[in-house]
Write a protein that binds this ligand. Structure first.
Ligand SMILES: Cc1cc2nc3c(=O)[nH]c(=O)nc-3n(C[C@H](O)[C@H](O)[C@H](O)COP(=O)(O)OP(=O)(O)OC[C@H]3O[C@@H](n4cnc5c(N)ncnc54)[C@H](O)[C@@H]3O)c2cc1C
Length: 261
C-alpha cells in the first residue's frame, strides 16, 4: 500500500528521496504503477512530474526526448522518425498513450513493448541521473533502475522495419520484431535485430546479426532457420518449431527481407 507520495522539484531531490526510501518507485505516467497494483509493490511513490523532463527537439544530429514525454506526444511530434511513431502506435490505445511516458516505457521493460523494440533497433540511448548516457539495450538488458532523464535518437542512416503478431488487432503483441539494416550495395554493413515476446524483456539477436554481417545467411529461409535455432533457449519446452519459435522466425526473416529490398 502507498503510504507516501513525494513530489521532488529537482533531480537531486528525487535521487535523495529514492535513497532515503528503500521501498520506493519513480512515478511517470502511472499507467502501470496505478494499474490494479499487480507486479509493483512500493510504500512510496516519487512523482517525476515537477522535474521538467519534457520536450522534444533536435540536439546536433540527434533528437532529444525528455523522459516524461508521453507516447502520444512522440507520435505527434514533427521531429520524430516515422519508424518510432509506428512503433509507439503499437501500444494499446490513445488514452493510455496520452498518459504513459517514454521513460516509464523503457523502465517497465515489457517484453512485448513495440516502442521499446523500436528504440532498441534505432540504437537509442538513455541519459540517467546516476550513470550518464548509455544504450537503451544496456538499460533493459542489465535490468537497471536508475532515473531516466532523457532519450537520444541517433540520425537514421539504415532501413528500418517492424512487425508484430497479435491474437486480435487490439490485444498486446505475442511477438514483436524491429529490424535495422544498413547496406552498401548488396553487402550488409550493419544489422540490428530486436525480438520481443519470447524472453523477459526484448532481446537483440546478436548471433544472427553477426551471421548477416558475414554474409552467411543468403535467403529468408536461412534467416528464419537461424532465428528459430537461436531462440530455442527461450521458447516453449525449448523446442524448435513450436508456435512462438516459428512465428518469431517468420517475422524476423520478413523484416530483414523488407529492409534488404
Ligand atoms: C490498459 C493498459 C494497456 C497497456 N498496454 C501496453 C502495451 O500495449 N504495451 C506496453 O508495453 N505496455 C502497456 N501497458 C503498460 C504501460 O502502459 C507501459 O509500461 C507504460 O508505458 C509505462 O509508462 P508510465 O509512464 O505510465 O510508467 P509508470 O506506471 O509511471 O511506471 C512504470 C515503471 O517505470 C518506472 N519509471 C517511470 N518513469 C521513470 C523514469 N523516468 N526513470 C526511471 N524509472 C521510471 C516506474 O518506477 C515503474 O517501475 C498498458 C497499461 C495499461 C493500463
Amino acid at each position: 500500500m502507498i503510504k507516501d507520495f513525494l513530489k521532488p522539484s529537482s533531480t537531486d531531490e528525487a535521487l535523495k528521496m529514492k535513497k532515503e526510501n528503500k521501498n520506493s518507485l519513480y512515478l511517470g505516467g502511472g499507467t502501470k504503477l496505478n494499474n490494479g497494483g499487480k507486479n509493483y509493490k512500493a510504500d512510496v511513490y516519487i512523482s517525476l512530474e515537477d522535474l521538467q523532463l519534457n520536450g522534444i527537439g533536435k540536439m546536433g544530429d540527434k533528437i532529444k526526448i525528455g523522459s516524461m514525454e508521453t507516447l502520444q506526444n512522440i507520435i505527434d511530434s514533427p521531429f520524430i522518425h516515422e519508424f518510432l511513431k509506428t512503433s509507439a502506435l503499437g501500444e494499446s490505445n490513445r488514452n493510455i498513450r496520452n498518459i504513459s511516458t517514454i521513460g516509464g516505457e523503457i523502465a517497465a521493460s515489457e517484453s512485448w513493448s513495440t516502442t521499446l523494440a523500436g528504440l532498441m533497433a534505432m540504437e537509442a540511448e538513455v541519459e540517467t541521473a546516476e550513470e550518464g548516457i548509455f544504450s537503451v539495450d544496456e538499460y533493459v538488458k542489465k535490468g537497471k533502475d536508475s532515473l531516466i532523464l532523457n532519450i537520444y535518437l541517433p540520425e537514421i542512416t539504415s532501413t528500418l522495419y517492424r512487425n508484430d503478431q497479435r491474437v486480435t488487432a487490439n490485444s498486446r503483441p505475442e511477438v514483436t520484431v524491429a529490424v535495422s539494416i544498413g547496406k552498401s550495395g548488396e553487402t550488409i554493413e550493419k544489422a540490428v535485430l530486436v525480438l520481443g515476446g519470447v524472453a523477459k524483456t526484448p532481446v537483440r539477436l546478436m548471433p544472427i546479426e553477426e551471421m548477416l554481417l558475414k554474409g552467411e545467411l543468403k535467403s529468408a529461409d536461412a534467416v528464419q532457420d537461424a532465428v528459430m535455432d537461436e531462440i530455442v533457449q527461450y521458447t516453449e519446452n525449448r523446442e524448435k518449431g513450436t508456435y512462438l519459435n516459428y512465428i518469431s522466425g517468420v517475422l524476423v526473416a520478413d523484416c530483414v527481407g523488407r529492409c534488404m529490398r
